[in-house]
Write a protein that binds this ligand. Structure first.
Ligand SMILES: Cc1ncc(COP(=O)(O)O)c(C=O)c1O
Length: 356
């Protein structure tokens, strides 16, 4: 049976990317050797890193005064790398759910944390807006897309202090004005690659703003100065990331990918709003393009397990909502085809007919 992959992460990657990755495991770029058994310090692999950086820069329109590096440890490692490098006295955080709470916990090990705003009061179903940003902060930290709750910032904040964003689950899904950020980072295992590599995009001036002596691997300068090769980098995920960026470019770049993402999300949200059995959980203006969350309408809650079974029988994979939110979550990352969303919509409509 055809499967429709809505996994939240690790998640769907384009078929051509998987084919290229499978091929490289046997014969990496015509070297006659497996990608898994070469030194990362070969010209061939250095070219992969260079390509990946160039494509990232081109697709996201990253200005020249920013550096890009790839490192292991997942986004969770950045939760402490960021305050270790930049939190001298006090940092501002906006609490929009689990991933910012975890980042706040780590930041408190290094200095004061001021939670400038929080959507905790409504189970993180909206993005706080209009909060004041004190000018004496070392930085302001946000999570651009909240994978678990399905909320997303739709505008780039104007911040008087360096703005740092976790874009693990919406990187390269929509245009972003990189020049408004001092640092953007994320685990690549949603839109770009398998688990194992984290991308960091950092403005040059931040490299001089490291506030304390740090272990070598924690200092941001280490990774910039050594071109992501201070230690053995996650070779395979970086290769796949390069292939995904090549795919994005061939598909028409970020503008086209964004157009498709909007089309898919509008289609699914329209059905959620129309269908008498389902309702969205997030304020309309803050709804994520990537992680689309919904629950059964009041009085129909008991139908949730039946819908889950029905959807499964129709080939839907990964639509169970996170345990903190319940209900359903369809993650519609870049590589999720429109056909998958059409199939889910058809499934919701059929289910409604069955329960009228
Ligand atoms: C927005 C966001 N930040 C951080 C993380 C943690 O990423 P990692 O597992 O790479 O540490 C996740 C994981 O799903 C996420 O969605």
């Amino acid at each position: 049976m055809k499967k429709y992959n809505f996994n939240a992460g690790p998640s769907i990657l384009p078929d051509v990317v998987l084919e290229a990755a499978a091929k490289a495991i046997i014969d990496f770029d015509g070297t006659g050797l497996s990608l898994l058994s070469i030194s990362h310090r070969t010209p061939e692999f250095e070219a992969v890193v260079a390509d990946a950086k160039n494509l990232f820069r081109e697709l996201l329109n990253i200005p020249d005064n920013y550096q890009i590096y790839f490192v292991g440890g997942g986004a969770s490692t950045q939760f402490f790398h960021i305050p270790a490098n930049f939190l001298k006295t006090k940092a501002g955080y906006v609490n929009t759910g689990v991933w910012t709470k975890k980042a706040i916990k780590e930041a408190k090990l290094y200095g004061q944390v001021e939670v400038l705003a929080s959507s905790d009061d409504k189970n993180f179903t909206y993005i706080p807006k209009g909060f004041a940003i004190p000018e004496d902060l070392d930085y302001l930290y946000i999570c651009a897309n909240n994978t678990i709750y399905g909320s997303e910032y739709k505008t780039d904040i104007d911040s008087p202090v360096p703005l740092i964003a976790d874009m693990s689950s919406d990187i390269l899904s929509r245009p972003v004005d990189v020049s408004k950020y001092a640092l953007i980072y994320g685990g690549a295992q949603k839109n770009l690659a398998p688990a194992g590599v984290t991308f960091v995009i950092i403005r040059d001036d931040m490299l001089q703003k490291v506030v304390r002596e740090l272990p070598t691997m924690v200092n941001v300068n280490t990774h910039v100065e050594n071109n992501s090769m201070f230690n053995t980098p996650p070779v395979f995920p970086i290769y796949v990331l390069r292939e995904t960026l090549k795919w994005m470019k061939a598909e028409g770049g970020l503008e086209e990918i964004y157009r498709r993402n909007v089309e898919k999300a509008e289609m699914l949200y329209a059905e959620i709003d129309r269908n008498s059995l389902f309702r969205g959980t997030v304020e309309k203006e803050d709804r994520s393009l990537m992680n689309i969350c919904f629950v059964m309408t009041e009085g129909n809650e008991d139908l949730a397990p039946a819908f889950m079974e029905f959807a499964k029988s129709k080939g839907m994979v990964g639509i169970k909502g996170h345990r903190l939110v319940g209900g359903f979550r369809a993650s519609c990352y870049n590589a999720c085809p429109k056909e998958s969303v059409e199939a889910l919509v058809a499934c919701m409509q059929e289910f409604e007919q069955m329960h009228k």
